[in-house]
Ligand binder design. Sequence first.
Ligand SMILES: Nc1nc2c(ncn2[C@@H]2O[C@H](COP(=O)(O)OP(=O)(O)OP(=O)(O)O)[C@@H](O)[C@H]2O)c(=O)[nH]1
Length: 350
Amino acid sequence: MSAMQPDQYNSEHYNNYEDPGSDEEAVGDGRPTIVIMGQKRSGKTSIRKVVFQKMSPNETVFCESTPRVMNEPITGSFINLQTIEFPGQLDAFDTAFNPKEVFSTCGALLFVIDAQADLPEALRKMSAAMIRAYNINKNIKFEVFVHKVDGLSEETRMATYRRIFQKVQDDLADHTLDNIYITYHMTSIYDHSIFEAFSKVIQKLVRQLPALIKLLDMFNTACSVEKSYLFDVSSKIYVATDSNPPDLSTYELCCDMIDITTDLTGIYGNYRIDTNAPPQDGYNLESQSVVRLKVNQVLFMKQVDKYLALIGVMKKEPFEKKGLIDYNFQIFKNGVTAVFEIGRLAITRH
Ligand SMILES: Nc1nc2c(ncn2[C@@H]2O[C@H](COP(=O)(O)OP(=O)(O)OP(=O)(O)O)[C@@H](O)[C@H]2O)c(=O)[nH]1
């Protein structure tokens, strides 16, 4: 373990990075946009509600079919973007919806495919939509959620994925567009996969990602941390993780820790971290939680700002050097603040 140099995190190193809100992909009110498309009942509304509105997955069975285009900014969260959901029965390229404007300002096009339903019609529409969107804006990130995989065996999941991948590649090749890069995610609202997939979609829209990864790597090295994540606490989306290989079980542990902390805070604390209320007795911006695992590991969570928290996993022995960890964390926090220019928040709470 070692101490980091404060000037390692000088904002001058990172001033090439812009806030996502001032991204050139930003629209209207300045937020990057994710357009969500897919067949009727494929799960679009459920995904939005589970990830951004804390709806329990079981409650989504009562979601009514969406009758119109839903344009929703994400609030009470670090993530400053909006989602536009096109219900399955509507054609997003109908001139009435001004597709040129929608797709020229779209950061990511997210297509939800119900892996438990009939695929051919859904795939035909998806390829057609991707081609049309690409012709409007070549910078769109194309993301496919192969959704509702909870009901499928591992073998069926892989077979479904291969079928989807092959069909889309063939369709794109027919239009000599096989250079379009598409990312596929296996998702379900009944486990953490939906949060992980959404995290990866959002990370592609965060310009500061390389700087954040570097900050996390430096913090890990200085404190002997094995894996660390920068989480948007209210949505459980991780804005960045270090450059070590991703590990789903660690990510799930982190999500559980957020659930426990926010639940306890909601019940016993005066301060809810997803509101604009000033910090009070129960929970504040200096709050932290620590879980000592059965194995020789410690899981810790430290608040970076009103919305962001650092969660890390490390061995028990180096965790005893609290002074050094606190020192390095403060420098890390300053670095993140510099990257996002959120210093004002930190000042007002003193
Ligand atoms: N098994 C399973 N069911 C899901 C999942 N996600 C959504 N559902 C169910 O799928 C059904 C349809 O979900 P919606 O979110 O309403 O679908 P939608 O795509 O918004 O539908 P439209 O508004 O008609 O376009 C609901 O009963 C959900 O509970 C999932 O991951 N697994």
